[in-house]
Design a protein around this ligand. Structure first.
Ligand code: PNS
Length: 164
């Protein structure tokens, strides 16, 4: 049996924390769809969809069983249409748990799909796209937290005057 997984997210931008989950999912499941949400509702979305995908493409290109996709609307509808068996999420800390549990239960209720959690590697447990953006915005070094292509895009973006 072939097991197809989805790693969903807004990836604004992709971090080493996301990649840790994606790489481990790729080791665990036969096929992994990294699904980038089209309409990021967060007010502080920095990168547009094409930019987020370009970064994801560059850092997952070497993984033969990983595919990139875009989704909007309900994740369970996307999963159904793509014949995906399982949603894979990373859990960083207890603070992630309550919301992630709610989403997993809702998705199982409305979409009859299981969610499996991978525990974040300890070195990534504090990492989030939001914090990386904040550090980069004020000129801090984010090279430990994101791949070089992302660090470069962050520097370019804030040099364009996004810092406000
Ligand atoms: O990277 P993020 O922003 O934490 O990802 C959140 C995401 C995209 C996984 C989540 O918001 C999601 O699944 N959105 C799709 C809409 C949906 O299906 N909502 C119902 C979930 S219970």
């Amino acid at each position: 049996m072939t097991v197809r997984a989805v790693c969903p997210g807004s990836f604004d931008p992709v971090t080493h924390g996301h990649l840790d989950v994606i790489y481990r999912a790729a080791d665990t499941f036969d096929h992994v769809v990294v699904a980038c949400m089209r309409n990021v509702s967060k007010r502080n979305s920095l990168f547009d969809l094409d930019e987020r995908l370009a970064m994801l493409e560059e850092v997952t290109a070497h993984l033969p069983n990983v595919e990139l996709a875009v989704f909007k609307g309900l994740l369970v509808e996307f999963a159904r249409a793509r014949e995906i068996d399982v949603i894979v999420k990373g859990l960083r800390a207890v603070s992630d748990f309550e919301y992630e549990l709610q989403m997993a239960q809702m998705n199982r209720s409305i979409g009859q799909i299981e969610t499996m959690f991978l525990s974040a590697s300890p070195e990534h447990s504090f990492l989030s796209s939001s914090l990386v953006k904040e550090v980069a915005r004020f000129g801090g070094d984010v090279s430990d937290f994101v791949p070089p292509v992302v660090a470069k895009r962050l520097a370019d973006k804030y040099a364009e005057g996004e810092a406000g």
